[in-house]
Design a protein around this ligand. Structure first.
Ligand SMILES: *[C@@H]1O[C@H](CO)[C@@H](O)[C@H](O)[C@H]1NC(C)=O
Ligand SMILES: *[C@@H]1O[C@H](CO)[C@@H](O)[C@H](O)[C@H]1NC(C)=O
Ligand SMILES: *[C@@H]1O[C@H](CO)[C@@H](O)[C@H](O)[C@H]1NC(C)=O
Length: 501
């Protein structure tokens, strides 16, 4: 009798521990793509979750779960990337179908900034979070960053049913098109209405026809040539503005029926924001093509930002009950925003500082500004007072994220270092969301082993870097002259000291 009880308990425990794809499988709608940099989405998965690419030598490393079915082994990434920069180069498919996501190619609407027209890869440090007390990394999508698979295996096509869920950062979004995860064109061009079925998250207005209630961000569906919160052309007041730090977002569709669902990924249950017929004019029947994308629109529209932690696509239209069990599993994974975005020497808010260059032969130079332009200048305690002030900065709480910092000019109060077209400028704070984000930098231990490197919060593959006497946010080996890999680590590392003035 006792052993029978133990067996029953064990069975109960293992059912509770089932991953999202085990739950979809039990519901008769198995995953045909499963992507996550944070954890295994099957109880039995022990393969690679994602790959990182190191800037110093272009070597790669695969990141696996700590244990079968467990969370990502982020220490592998941290050790491999120490003393360099790293990008997320592959997000592996856990479903066994080989539906991996890699750097998105150029599309009909836009080419990426790289010389081959591909989009950027995400910086590997942009989205640290805790999962049940373990640090892991999400995929922080900056504008011009995208992942895609145009040769998928087993993803819904035509009017076939499918379900999609994803966990996003509810506080990282913009209005640019289109932070999507889901089903898109295999040609990376706009082939017409109904050729996509993807989750969209952000404040895009769907050309004025798709919005929910409040000012957004909203979970909507990108069905191509429209972001839909319900049925065109009516905006849907039941599609709420999302306010939680972590959000579970769902879009699913079957012949002349589709739904949007969502909830807080850390507690509670899912709500249905729309469930009903397809929009008119080319969306019934659907013409899905089955490619998979992340962070971009179907035609590679690449102006959006957002953060992805995990997501899947299924074969078949999942029941609400199945999705509700998946939500319980997500909640039990315990996402928390307590992972530090910074590392290295302490830099206190309120401190008055100077930044000294560490590149050999330039170590008498400091970050200063001449008018709007941030540059390096030779500065010392013998310099005239005005130059000393130009090289002196007050550390402020990050305008765009309070876990990082901003730098206010000491001779131009109210003006901050911000990036604009990748160049660092000193501009007056205009109070916009864009300014706040462009003026926010996350200090980390100096990449060359000395001092501190300053990672752009909004473009975390990019760092303060001096190049020909000017300051940029630069990536190692990116498409711009200032991304030149030669002396990158030294040029991107600074010693912080007390300010001159
Ligand atoms: C892993 O689990 C899934 C569903 O939960 C099942 O379909 C698959 O066969 C399992 N794989 C192995 C190798 O046991
Ligand atoms: C890494 O690859 C890129 C793109 O092919 C190239 O530009 C860069 O020089 C390489 N870096 C190193 C250190 O080999
Ligand atoms: C530093 O300058 C000296 C002489 O001006 C030169 O010989 C040396 O190569 C320079 N070192 C570097 C790392 O540029």
């Amino acid at each position: 009798m006792l052993s029978w009880t133990v067996l029953t308990l064990a069975a109960t425990v293992s059912r509770v521990a089932a991953g999202p794809c085990d739950i979809y499988s039990s519901g008769g709608t198995p995953c045909v793509a499963a992507h996550s940099t944070t954890r295994a989405l099957y109880d039995n998965y022990s393969g690679s979750l994602y790959q990182v690419l190191r800037g110093s030598d272009n070597a790669t490393a695969d990141i696996k779960p700590l244990s079968t079915g467990g969370v990502a082994n982020a220490a592998t990434q941290d050790n491999f990337c120490k003393g360099s920069t790293c990008l997320i180069s592959i997000i592996y498919d856990q479903s066994g179908r080989g539906n991996h996501l890699t750097q998105a190619p150029p599309g009909g609407a836009a080419s990426g900034p790289n010389s081959n027209g591909y989009d950027y890869l995400a910086g590997a440090l942009g989205a640290p979070v805790m999962l049940n007390g373990q640090k892991v990394y999400g995929v922080f999508i900056s504008p011009y960053t995208g992942y895609r698979n145009d040769k998928p295996n087993g993803i819904a096509t035509g009017d076939e049913p499918e379900g999609i869920y994803a966990v996003f950062d509810g506080t990282h979004y913009n209005t640019g098109c289109c932070f999507d995860y889901g089903n898109a064109e295999t040609s990376a061009t706009d082939t017409g209405n109904g050729h996509m079925e993807a989750i969209y998250f952000g404040t895009g207005d769907g050309s004025g026809r798709g919005i929910g209630s409040g000012s957004g961000p909203w979970i909507m569906a990108d069905l191509e040539n429209g972001l839909f919160s319900g049925v065109d052309p009516i905006s849907n007041p039941a599609d709420p503005t999302i306010t939680s730090r972590f959000v579970t977002a769902i879009v699913k569709g079957e012949p002349n029926q589709w739904a949007i669902r969502g909830g807080d990924a850390t507690s509670g249950s899912l709500s249905t924001y729309y469930s009903g017929v397809r929009p008119a004019n080319g969306y019934n029947p659907m013409s899905k093509e089955g490619a998979i994308l992340l962070g971009i629109g179907g035609d590679n529209s690449n102006h959006a930002q957002g953060t992805f932690y995990e997501g899947v696509m299924t074969s078949g239209y999942p029941s609400d009950a199945t999705e509700n069990s998946v939500q319980s599993d997500i909640v039990s994974a315990k996402y928390a925003a307590t992972a530090s975005l910074t590392s290295g020497p302490t830099i206190n808010v309120g401190a008055k500082i100077a930044f000294r260059v560490t590149t050999p032969n330039y170590t008498n130079r400091y970050i200063a500004h001449t008018g709007d332009t941030v540059n390096t200048q030779a500065v010392s305690s013998e310099s005239i007072a005005s130059l000393q002030l130009q090289a002196s900065w007050t550390v402020r709480t990050g305008l765009g994220n309070s876990a990082c910092v901003s730098f206010e000019s000491m001779d131009t109060p109210g003006s901050f270092i911000r990036h604009s077209s990748y160049q660092l400028m000193v501009n007056a704070n205009d109070g916009t969301k864009l300014f706040a984000e462009d003026a926010t930098f996350c200090p980390q231990a100096g990449i060359n082993g000395e001092g501190t490197s300053f990672r752009s919060w909004s473009y975390p593959a990019r760092y303060f870097r001096h190049y020909n006497g000017l300051l940029y946010i630069a990536g190692n080996s990116g498409p711009h002259a200032f991304d030149n890999p030669a002396s990158f680590n030294d040029d991107a590392s600074f010693v912080v000291s007390t300010s001159f003035a």
